[in-house]
Design a protein around this ligand. Structure first.
Ligand SMILES: CC(C)(COP(=O)(O)OP(=O)(O)OC[C@H]1O[C@@H](n2cnc3c(N)ncnc32)[C@H](O)[C@@H]1OP(=O)(O)O)[C@@H](O)C(=O)NCCC(=O)NCCS
Length: 174
């Protein structure tokens, strides 16, 4: 498997594959959180992230196996999000390698901390979110902030199907 930061010149077909993968896996992992037909992202948004050098993609046998968005929040902090692994290749380390790539890229850029955000339903447990919370814990991430999504991102409130909190996780990269 190879992981690379997609160049700004990346083909539209690759951008569309990344978009389709993210929307496909998030439809399942965020099931019940959003009203129907709420895509996680669009090809236009992903194209913008690619142009900014923020999308890393994993390829196996020439096929897209996963992707992640890596960005810089400030001088000392990197963030990854929109992490997705092809369901046909789950449990083979694609997700773990993408997180490692994001951390190494941020460390190489001089960041001392890594951040991620996890959206969780407030009043019930979602199995995908439970798995992620435990996995991020094993990877060394700790919750540093918990807030209501509707309060911090009011424009998203009408799209929510259930009250949700977002958790901010951080990890020391040193
Ligand atoms: C999260 C996600 C990217 C993980 O990808 P993956 O390639 O299947 O994960 P990996 O093979 O790297 O395994 C990650 C961890 O999960 C564990 N794991 C994998 N499959 C598992 C399974 N079926 N049951 C239990 N644990 C499992 C692995 O042991 C590993 O843990 P470890 O690092 O402590 O050994 C993938 O599940 C996904 O696309 N989810 C939907 C989108 C999403 O929720 N993104 C994150 C939003 S914040």
């Amino acid at each position: 498997m190879e992981i690379e930061l997609l160049p700004p010149s990346a083909e539209r077909a690759v951008i569309e594959r990344v978009t389709a993968l993210v929307n496909h896996v998030y439809a399942e992992s965020e099931k019940g959180l959003w009203r129907e037909n709420t895509d996680r992202t669009s090809a236009e948004e992903v194209a913008g992230f690619v142009a900014a050098g923020e999308i890393a993609a994993a390829f196996a046998d020439g096929e897209l196996a996963g992707s992640v968005r890596v960005q810089r929040l400030d001088e000392a902090t990197g963030e990854f999000g929109m992490l997705a692994a092809d369901p046909a290749r789950r449990g083979l380390g694609v997700g773990r390698e993408l997180v490692r790539f994001a951390e190494q890229a941020s460390r190489a850029a001089g960041c001392r901390e890594m951040q991620l955000e996890l959206l969780v339903p407030r009043d019930w447990t979602h199995p995908s979110k439970q798995f992620l919370a435990e996995w991020y814990g094993r990877l060394g991430y700790r919750v540093t902030h918990r807030a209501g999504l509707a309060e911090d991102y009011p424009h998203l409130a009408p799209s929510l199907a259930t009250p949700c909190d977002f958790l901010v996780y951080r990890k020391d990269l040193a």
